[in-house]
Design a protein around this ligand. Structure first.
Ligand code: UD1
Length: 369
């Protein structure tokens, strides 16, 4: 049984790594990795392959940059060639990036089963490119692996047949569980002149926050206020860096006292920085889940979340009014030690990828061997 797993952008690598590891334990499965090249900088891609012990991809499609349409279309054209050469039994896609929907569409047109890992998440906000990618990928997938209960409910509402939907836990948490100890042996704080639980970690990259001047201003405002109370670490995503420069705000960002700007961090480094942070302020999807597992308070600066379990059970706060003043107030409370305890969501136990391997073997191995 040959499975082609697709990776493209940074949040895909830590999801596919545990799947590839689980597949490799079964001699019946031939696991190949296709990297679309959506993210191409060493800091956004190569470092993850090394740290997550992923083998060199079997194919690298080199499709980075361009508009969403150009990116998606180029990935489809290149991936079709891989499909024709490899003739896989299954195409596995993860998450919600452009590479996810592009490769899922090609597979469906070649009549090859599509497996979507991290299915069913919905923010309800169709202006997010990721939301469209999620809806479309789920609509054409044969098996949908879900991380939280809301995912099951969402898929029911969209009339996806129950037998296609499997609640298995969270493969991104598999990676966290697997690498947590290794990350904890890093010693980055000393070099940064920081102590554990004495800084706020910030990440921002969503187009709805960073693609226009007012959004970038809000971020600057939040960072300035936070930095007047404690130290701030800000690894800057390429999109955010580019836009800060375009809108003439980069010098202002650089001049804020108490803020350390960093390049995008490797997987282990970022895990270490999350675990030691007192609070994280972010607009990321995955970080909401990682902080919930780590029980580190997280403020999500977005209008909606597709991961409601992190708010309902975990340590995540959604500040959907997008008012920087609300963030500032909450930052003060949390720095004062008033934050919720949080619980670990069901099945976030480090074994999701193994469950997925078992289910796929049961369903597809007989048909294809
Ligand atoms: C993509 C995903 C998003 C994910 C994020 C994590 C989609 C629709 N979005 O957003 O869900 O949370 O990755 O990082 O797929 N760039 C570089 N170097 C790189 C990668 C990108 O300079 O290695 C530049 C691109 O040229 C572009 C910008 O950063 O100008 C954005 O990259 P893109 O892949 O379009 O989307 P992200 O914002 O990274």
């Amino acid at each position: 049984m040959k499975i082609l797993s697709i990776v493209g952008a940074r949040p895909n690598f830590m999801k596919v790594a545990p799947l590839h590891r689980a597949f490799s334990k079964h001699p019946e499965i031939e696991s190949k990795i296709i990297h679309t090249g959506q993210h191409y900088d060493a800091k956004m891609s190569d470092v993850f392959f090394n740290q997550l012990e992923l083998p060199k991809p079997d194919y690298f499609l080199g499709v980075g940059g361009g508009s969403h349409t150009q990116q998606t279309a180029k990935i489809m054209i290149e991936f079709e060639q891989v499909m024709l050469a490899e003739k896989p039994d299954i195409v596995l896609v993860v998450g919600d990036v452009n590479s996810t929907i592009a490769c899922a569409m090609v597979a469906v047109k070649e009549h090859v089963p599509v497996v979507h890992v991290e299915a069913g998440l919905r923010s309800g906000d169709r202006r997010m490119p990721e939301e469209i990618n999620r809806i479309m990928t789920d609509g054409i997938s044969d098996d949908l692996f879900v991380t939280e209960n809301a995912g099951i409910e969402n898929l029911k509402k969209e009339s996806i047949p129950d037998e296609k939907v499997h609640f298995v836990g969270n493969v991104m948490i598999d990676s966290l569980v697997y690498y947590r100890e290794k990350a904890s042996t890093l010693n980055l704080l000393e070099g940064l002149n920081l102590e554990s639980k004495s800084y706020v970690l910030v990440t921002m990259h969503r187009p709805s926050n960073v693609d226009f001047a007012e959004g970038l201003r809000n971020i600057l405002d939040i960072i300035k206020d936070t930095a007047s109370r404690t130290k701030v670490l800000f690894p800057v995503h390429p999109r955010t860096l580019k836009n800060m420069e375009t809108f003439g705000l980069l010098d202002e960002l650089k001049s804020i006292q108490n803020v350390t700007l960093m390049e995008p961090q490797g997987y282990l480094e970022f895990l270490y920085l999350m675990e030691n942070a007192q609070l994280i302020v972010t607009d990321s999807g995955g970080i909401q889940e990682e902080t919930t597992y780590l029980k580190v308070p997280c403020i999500t600066f977005r209008a909606s979340t597709e991961r409601p379990v992190t708010v309902e059970m975990g340590t995540n706060y959604l500040l959907s009014d997008l008012n920087p003043d609300s963030v500032k107030e909450l930052v003060i409370e949390i720095l004062d030690g008033k934050s919720k305890e949080g619980e670990t969501p069901p099945l976030w136990d480090g074994h999701a990828a193994e469950r997925i391997a078992e289910i796929l073997l049961k369903k597809y191995a007989k048909k294809t061997s």
